[in-house]
Design a protein. Structure first.
Length: 345
């Protein structure tokens, strides 16, 4: 019996004996997908497949399920288990630089009573995300847009490493805080721009932005290479480079989104499968996906899906004041106590 299994890390084929049991199916899927606790879907469009209704020792041939040649979609269910057992050691390495994030961090660390909240004009991308056909991978590359809630980095990483529909931003913030506490040499006051204790309290707030420090720590914790493509420059920033698997984020100046491969129908010009079957982890030795991701980001750049944080037009949503760049917004906030800003039309 041969069954195709599609999980967060890609597609594999499992082979079971004719009289294999339900328990053997579960354990084989867990081993091959790397997901210890999961739900299953099958068919098109994907429908839930609840194998827990069967006795674990019953033979699959006695369940009435016709699984030979079927494709099963693995949906991770246990967030806590994945966070408690990371894929690699959690000791972070040196921090790489990422443009545009430094001013955002300074804004939040400037002594203001409230951190600045900066909303962007998503333009038409959220309702009409760009799609790039990847026939080599039997799918369509698409931008999965994260909410504008100051936790977009954590949502983007969580979506890629933990799976669609799992909201683990607080757990990911906790992972970052623990790594900082456990590595005071690499993450000292000079690097963090505040004492480690203050940083750990700060990063666990829902309104604190993430950047290069957090990407570095999370990539080390989950044992995965994170590629962050800057839409404005099309430069690829790599964290924990050299790991077997990578995920790809899109950085647009003040926001992070996730790149996904949707297992679409030929000719793969449209992502026509539901997001829960997306693939968001890719083999690092295969640059086809990264090349196509850069092509997608070129489309985003042409549609001006980025914020030039140094000089973009900005409006105070508290009083209507307008200015240019985050530095002017910070000065206005210091004078008035206002904290809500957005891109001016």
């Amino acid at each position: 019996m041969r069954i195709r299994v599609r999980g967060p890390s890609g597609v594999t084929t499992i082979t079971l004996e004719e009289h294999a049991t339900v328990a053997e199916l579960q354990s084989t899927i867990a081993e091959k997908s790397g997901v210890p606790v999961f739900d299953l879907k099958y068919g098109y469009p994907p429908q839930p497949l609840d194998i827990s209704q069967f006795d674990p020792v019953i033979a699959l041939s006695d369940t009435g399920l016709k699984l030979n040649g079927e494709q099963l979609v693995v949906v991770p269910r246990d967030v806590g288990g994945q966070l408690a057992h990371p894929m690699a050691d959690s000791t972070p390495g040196p921090v790489a630089a990422l443009p545009g994030s430094q001013q955002a961090r300074e804004n939040q660390e400037s002594g203001l009573q409230k951190p600045l909240s900066l909303s962007r004009n998503a333009r038409d991308v959220e309702s009409d995300p760009p799609e790039v056909a990847v026939p080599e991978a039997d799918g369509t590359l698409i931008l999965r847009v994260m909410p504008d809630d100051n936790s977009c980095l954590f949502r983007a990483v969580g979506s890629a490493v933990l799976g669609e529909g799992i909201d683990a931003m607080r757990e990911l913030r906790g992972i970052v805080a623990s790594a900082v506490q456990n590595n005071p040499i690499d993450y000292n006051e000079a690097v963090l721009q505040k004492s480690p204790d203050d940083y750990c309290r700060w990063i666990q707030r829902d309104d604190s932005w993430g950047g290069e420090i957090e990407l570095n720590i999370l990539s080390q914790h989950f044992g995965i290479e994170i590629c962050s493509i800057d839409v404005q420059s099309l430069h690829v920033y790599r964290y924990n480079e050299g790991k077997p698997k990578r995920c790809i984020l899109v950085y647009s100046g003040i926001h992070y989104d996730t790149i996904a491969l949707n297992p679409s129908s030929p000719p793969h010009t449209k992502a026509d499968m539901p997001p829960e079957v997306d693939i968001k982890q890719f083999d690092s030795i295969d640059d086809v996906i990264l090349t196509k991701a850069l092509e997608l980001c070129q489309i985003l750049q042409n549609r001006h899906y980025f914020t030039d944080t140094a000089g973009f037009a900005i409006r105070c949503q508290d009083c209507g004041w307008t200015g240019n760049g985050e530095s002017s917004a910070l000065e206005h906030a210091k004078k008035t106590g206002h904290s809500k800003f957005g891109e001016a039309e």
